[in-house]
Design a protein around this ligand. Structure first.
Ligand SMILES: CC(C)(COP(=O)(O)OP(=O)(O)OC[C@H]1O[C@@H](n2cnc3c(N)ncnc32)[C@H](O)[C@@H]1OP(=O)(O)O)[C@@H](O)C(=O)NCCC(=O)NCCS
Length: 411
């Protein structure tokens, strides 16, 4: 009989051993490496609010949970960052994931989280647990010799290369300023920066260079953006065809975006620039002379699950004034109800009501809309939500936000 319980730091090795079977990684072997790995995992979190499924005392399923503060339009909310989901091959399709999810979401509600969010490795799994597709990104592959900066691109701000040690001091406050404007990003702790963003040992580089880091700034020295990238050297003895991999690039002013992309596109020995996850509204697409020179592959990234409807809806701002009554159905019994939402352009009112609903939606559609990129019209067209096309269109305008939601990192 499989049962679930909260995971503890003592579970760290068997927890990750179970997970390593699905995600094809190896645990460190010597004592010193194991101690450092445990320390990193404890400091960045995930295990103490996680869950394990056990069969006869053996861990057969894992689920981690990070304590995140996630940006939503106009604010931020406490969010359970669902992660490290795995079930042993011997125990597949017997409801173990479902048990882990039930335990995880109950714990998140008890903890006071307003939403849960995850980065799905497979987009077919999580809708049934109430997670909706809230963020989409593009993988970019740019042919550097063909893609030139348009003359109308803004004058680049000042840019300078910095060391990793300098980055450890400069990037956290800069990122924290920038991320408040971008729904889908989340606050990073000091260990998160140290171990997940800036840790760059040679055995994790996959044939690429060490991290290169640059910051942009205004004439008064105020920092405005940064880029972290690696270069994959490709030299056949006669020609260089290096590939630049953009790890993270954030501007906050037109001049900073233009400075950071000019730097990346100005690396003469490179013929290709790649970025695994770029925002849909990356100014790069405005800067290049012919957007088709940037090959873009769309993918869903972050999925959001609403846990507390009233707190979720009152924690954000909206795209236009309006009122809607929405019935939410939730097969897991967490967020069911009918809610009246009224936004006058400044204040939001949200409360349970018994009035007739304009829309009837699964909770996953609310999660998908939480970060500002709703899909109510598409769902009404497909007949997967209840309500008129007019009501769905109004909901799209109310829930919409000008900035594309974005999350730069897999968690
Ligand atoms: C995905 C995984 C966690 C599922 O675990 P599981 O214990 O077999 O899942 P359950 O038996 O609890 O299934 C729960 C539901 O999910 C569905 N499901 C499970 N795996 C699925 C998959 N890969 N694709 C689509 N649906 C899936 C089941 O059909 C079931 O649906 P239902 O309850 O609506 O009938 C497991 O197969 C695994 O570890 N895979 C490799 C790692 C991975 O992909 N993890 C996800 C990381 S984000």
């Amino acid at each position: 009989m499989v049962s679930t319980r909260r995971s503890t730091p003592e579970d760290m090795v068997p927890f990750f051993e179970t997970m390593s079977l699905q995600f094809s990684f190896d645990l460190p072997e010597d004592d010193e490496q194991v101690a450092a790995w445990k320390k990193r995992n404890l400091e960045t979190g995930g295990i103490e609010r996680g869950m394990v499924a056990e069969d006869d005392g053996h861990i057969v399923g894992t689920l981690g949970s990070f304590d995140l503060d996630m940006t939503v339009p106009g604010g931020s909310v406490p969010c359970a960052g669902t992660t490290w989901v795995s079930v042993a091959p011997s125990h597949r399709r017997r409801g173990v994931l479902r048990k882990l999810m039930n335990a995880h979401l109950s714990e998140a509600v008890e903890h006071g989280d307003v939403i849960a969010a995850l980065w799905a490795s497979d987009s077919a799994i999580y809708g049934r647990f109430g997670y909706g597709r809230a963020v989409e990104s593009v993988a970019i592959d740019l042919n550097r010799p063909m893609a030139r900066f348009r003359e109308s691109a803004p004058i680049p701000e000042r840019i300078e290369m910095i060391t990793k040690e300098e980055a450890a001091g400069m990037l956290p406050p800069l990122y924290d300023r920038i991320r408040r404007e971008i729904p889908g990003t989340f606050a990073r702790t000091q260990p998160w920066w140290e171990y997940r963003q800036l840790r760059d040992p040679p055995d994790r580089r996959n044939g690429r260079s060490a991290l290169r880091i640059a910051v942009s700034s205004e004439p008064d020295g105020h920092t405005t953006g940064y880029v972290m990238f690696q270069v994959e050297r490709q030299f056949d003895g006669a020609h260089s065809d290096d590939i630049v991999h953009v790890v993270e690039l954030f501007g906050s002013t037109p001049g900073s975006w233009s400075a950071l992309w000019s730097l990346v596109l100005g690396l003469d020995l490179a013929t290709q620039v790649k970025g695994a996850f770029r925002p849909l509204d990356d100014p790069l697409f405005e800067f290049v002379n012919g957007v088709r020179r940037v090959e873009r592959t769309l993918t869903d990234t972050v999925w959001v699950r609403v846990l507390d409807v009233e707190r979720a809806l009152t924690s954000r701002i909206y795209g236009q004034p309006g009122a809607l009554t929405i019935t939410i159905t939730d097969a897991m019994g967490i967020a069911n109800g009918t809610y009246r939402l009224e936004w006058d352009g400044h204040r939001i009112n949200c409360a349970g009501t018994s009035g007739p609903a304009d829309l009837v939606i699964d909770v996953a559609y609310l999660g998908a809309a939480m970060l500002g990129r709703p899909s109510f019209s598409a769902a009404a067209l497909a007949g997967t939500i209840g309500g008129s096309l007019e009501a769905a269109a109004l909901a799209d305008r109310i829930f919409g936000h000008p900035r594309s939601p974005y999350c730069p990192e897999v968690f």
